[in-house]
Design a protein around this ligand. Structure first.
Ligand SMILES: Nc1nc2c(c(=O)[nH]1)N[C@H]1C(S)=C(S)[C@@H](COP(=O)(O)O)O[C@H]1N2
Ligand SMILES: [Mo]
Length: 540
């Protein structure tokens, strides 16, 4: 709380000061001689040719749907943010370098994990609310992404087909000075409509510019910054995340654009209500003119229903979380597998390494593991079994001897939001598989951990043979030129560079090759997939 309220108060103060300054400047401008001649020259009237007055049914429906989608997206987005409530401009996510954070300094003890760093969200704000519920929040977010993009594309296509795009798309630079006149008109608490601009027939210049910006700039940028956070997409198009500097730049911008959407709503609602609410709402909700209360009634019902719908989604989340998980597995995952494929490569230099590398996961505390650790892992044997021609039990020395040590400097992407660059060295999974020779029926490798996972179960996860065969899939025994520490997963931890961090099992105890991961554990492929409902395809 202590960290939060100054931030909130600061934001409120900033908005108040900027609003006050805007009003003052508007009055000064309107009453100056220069201002008067400017307004004479660039009136707040529209610049587009006359089209059919009013809003066709499809516009009203798209408007309503987008409103509902955005509530889903903002609420689930806030939930995802709360899992790592820090925003950075640098890709290292170094504590202390945040430009915005809702969390105190990172404690110095090496056992502190990023999961402990997550914060709780109220159930009326987040979707679904609570702490560390981003697994399910991501399903809502991705499902509504698809709806949002599909509806947006259909709306824009319809606008171009029926010619009403001229209401939105600027066709002359004069729109900018005219929009200034509109803004100062609002700033002096005047309504441009009294000057003869009827919003039902024409948007004024400021409306046109703003709506155009939201639909054709803000929304596409929001999609681009969202997918720029995918490790798999970055492997295929390495220059793409650099448009936003890096993964954290994209994440920061995704947040700023969200604030932009919410700010637009606030301004939009205030202006709709303060410039003839009843007439405006009849136009927006019913597509007709008039002063009746029908439009207001429909709008109120729609807003209440939209909020009720998202609250129902909160309840649905814990009623049928598997359905939610299945819904993205059927819709989002195939798209991700197709579009976000591409061989991972190590594109970083040793000098790019992060000064601080976040840690995650609860270290093993079994007596068996403690004994292994005390003996310097001399007695450790990695068991490889299941659908393989030559099952094996290998000591660390044998693992080192199996193939030349491979080193790679890569970017790690945690599902919670942080990232970091490190050098990992170890045995390529490819070399290990050449040694044990998976049988033709083997399709997945299952990695179990000595450490505990969600719900007190043993941590495990799995990968397809294809992903394990990639040149950068590694059983790491070194981290940044030193033997792997227990904090980072000693004696062995996995690297699969086109996936999110949770798929990279630490403190590996054994590898089993199977025909289908559904036959093991809770059936979802990993402990986080079983207990936290994470999606199996962790490419974004
Ligand atoms: N056994 C085990 N492995 C694990 C986890 C865990 O909780 N238990 N967390 C995963 C997650 S979410 C991440 S981001 C990475 C973090 O690796 P690091 O601690 O070396 O940074 O480990 C992964 N491997
Ligand atoms: Mo993670």
């Amino acid at each position: 709380m202590c960290a939060r309220s100054p931030l909130l108060m600061g934001a409120v103060a900033l908005v108040a000061i900027m609003g006050g300054a805007f009003v003052a400047v508007s009055f000064a401008f309107v009453h100056s001689t220069a201002g008067e001649s400017f307004i004479d020259r660039f009136a707040c009237v529209p610049t587009q040719p006359q089209v059919e007055p009013g809003y066709p049914l499809y516009t009203r429906v798209a408007h309503l749907l987008t409103f509902v989608y955005l509530i889903f997206l903002v609420r689930s987005g806030v939930q995802i943010l709360a899992d790592h409530p820090r925003l950075y401009g640098n890709v290292h996510s170094t504590p202390g370098s945040e430009w915005l954070r809702l969390r105190r300094d990172v404690p110095r003890e090496p056992s502190y994990t990023s999961k402990q760093d997550s914060v709780s969200v109220p159930h009326w704000l987040g979707l679904p609310g609570g702490r560390h519920t981003l697994g399910v929040a991501r399903h809502w977010h991705f499902l509504f992404d698809i709806l949002f993009v599909a509806t947006g594309l259909a709306f824009v296509a319809a606008q171009f087909l029926d010619g009403t795009w001229t209401r939105l798309v600027p066709t002359t630079w004069e729109l900018a000075p005219r929009a200034i006149t509109c803004a100062t008109t609002y700033g002096t608490f005047d309504d441009p409509a009294t000057g003869g601009v009827d919003g039902y027939v024409h948007f004024n210049a400021l409306q046109q510019l703003t709506y155009f910006g939201v639909i054709f700039v803000l929304a596409p940028l929001q999609v681009l910054t969202g997918i720029a956070m995918s490790p798999a997409l970055a492997n295929r198009f390495p220059r793409f995340p650099r448009l936003f500097r890096n993964r954290q730049g994209a994440r920061s911008m995704h947040f700023i654009l969200m604030v932009g959407f919410v700010g637009f709503w606030a301004g939009h609602v205030v202006l709709v209500l303060s410039t003839g609410a009843l007439a405006n709402l009849n136009g927006i909700a019913l597509g007709r003119r008039g002063e009746g209360v029908a439009g207001l009634a429909v709008a109120l019902v729609a807003v209440a229903a939209a909020f009720a719908l998202t609250q129902a989604a909160v309840a649905f989340t814990w009623w049928r979380p598997r359905w939610l998980q299945r819904a993205t597995a059927l819709t989002v995952s195939p798209v991700m597998r197709f579009a976000f494929s591409g061989e991972p490569r190590a594109r970083y230099r040793e000098s790019d390494r992060s000064p601080y590398f976040w840690r995650n996961g609860e270290a093993p505390h079994s007596e068996e593991f403690q004994a292994l650790e005390e003996g310097g892992f001399e007695a450790y044997r990695l068991k490889i079994y299941g659908l393989v021609e030559r099952p094996a039990e290998l000591s660390l020395a044998e693992i080192r001897a199996l193939a030349p040590r491979q080193q790679q400097v890569t970017l790690h992407n945690c599902i919670q939001g942080w990232s970091g660059i490190a050098a990992w060295a170890g045995l390529p999974m490819k070399a290990l598989m050449e040694h044990v020779r998976p049988l033709p029926g083997a399709r997945y490798g299952m990695f179990c951990s000595f450490g505990p996972g969600a719900g007190g179960r043993q941590y495990y996860d799995s990968h397809s043979i294809e992903d394990l065969d990639a040149p950068l899939s590694l059983l790491a025994y070194e981290h940044d030129d030193a033997p792997l520490t227990v904090a980072h997963g000693a004696p062995l931890r996995l690297r699969v560079e086109n996936q999110l961090g949770f798929k990279m099992v630490k403190w590996i105890c054994a590898i089993e090759f199977v025909a289908d991961y559904r036959e093991r554990g809770g059936g979802q492929g990993g402990v986080d997939e079983d207990a936290e409902f994470f999606g199996y395809e962790a490419r974004i």
